[in-house]
Design a protein around this ligand. Structure first.
Ligand SMILES: Nc1ncnc2c1ncn2[C@@H]1O[C@H](COP(=O)(O)OP(=O)(O)OP(=O)(O)O)[C@@H](O)[C@H]1O
Length: 245
């Protein structure tokens, strides 16, 4: 884990859990800078726990975890500064507008970031309609809230986005917009690591897909390029159906 060598996220033989319960059991995972990686797996497989480990919220019992070449256990704050986390349900101030939320949260990080031009540029890059920027979040849809959280990440210039089930509860149009946004961000060199249950959705946007089971990656597939997998066959397998069915 010296330098980042083009690696944005890395887990090396990582074991971690809560209390006595082991959840990640020898996780090996590497996400290249500028890649969109989708992590799938059954309920309780350890997907959110993997996000928590990258965020430095769960100390490794053994193994290592790195963000842009930084050992998370050794310097969690430096690692955290490179990450933007978008939870499944974005929690922001409901009584504040999108602009006000950004001004408030950016001001806590660095008052120099909380400038009008920075905020408007980030909201625009996140794809939020300008007519919504001055409206309170109380009337926002899930997709709009997500865009505000992504705008916050963009204003912070965090190179790596971690998204927890970003597609759950989005209608097809909002999902399409999210996929376009993630693809644009990849085009600008950002790394996207998303946890999802939606294999077909992930296949549309991800470069690679990993399957987690009992705290380990059991399968990894290229989702783009000549090595692209057969989505239908993989879906049948993922859903536990036989290939003949
Ligand atoms: N804060 C916690 N304290 C104790 N156990 C936890 C905690 N969070 C998760 N777990 C347990 O860790 C295991 C993995 O949970 P995790 O949330 O990482 O799975 P997941 O793959 O994200 O599942 P899902 O698809 O249901 O969201 C589960 O057995 C869960 O009960």
């Amino acid at each position: 884990m010296n330098g980042n060598d083009g690696v944005a996220l890395e887990a090396l033989d990582l074991s971690a859990g809560y209390g006595r319960q082991p959840v990640l059991r020898g996780l090996n995972l590497r996400v290249a800078a500028g890649e969109i990686y989708a992590l799938l797996g059954g309920n309780g497989a350890g997907k959110s726990t993997t996000l928590n480990a990258f965020l430095g919220l769960l100390p490794p019992r053994s193994g290592r975890i790195g963000v842009c070449g930084i050992d998370v256990a050794a310097d969690p704050l430096a690692a955290r500064a490179r990450l933007a986390y978008v939870p499944e349900n974005v929690v922001l101030y409901e009584h504040l507008t999108a602009r006000e939320n950004l001004r408030y949260f950016l001001g806590l990080i660095d008052p120099g970031l909380a400038r009008g031009e920075t905020i408007d540029a980030a909201l625009s890059a996140a794809g939020l309609e300008p007519s919504s920027w001055g409206r309170r979040l109380a009337g926002y849809s899930k997709g709009m809230r997500q865009k505000v959280a992504i705008a916050l990440a963009l204003a912070r210039s965090a190179p790596v986005l971690l998204l927890d089930e970003p597609d759950t509860g989005l209608d097809p149009r909002a999902n399409g917009e999210l996929n376009r946004l993630l693809t644009d961000l990849r085009g600008e060199g950002k790394t996207v690591f998303m946890v999802t249950h939606d294999l077909l959705g992930a296949a549309q946007v991800a470069d690679r897909i990993g399957f987690l089971s009992e705290g380990r990656i059991v399968d990894e597939f290229a989702a783009a390029g000549p090595e692209r997998f057969d989505v239908d066959a993989l879906y049948r397998r993922y859903a536990g159906w036989s290939a003949q069915r």
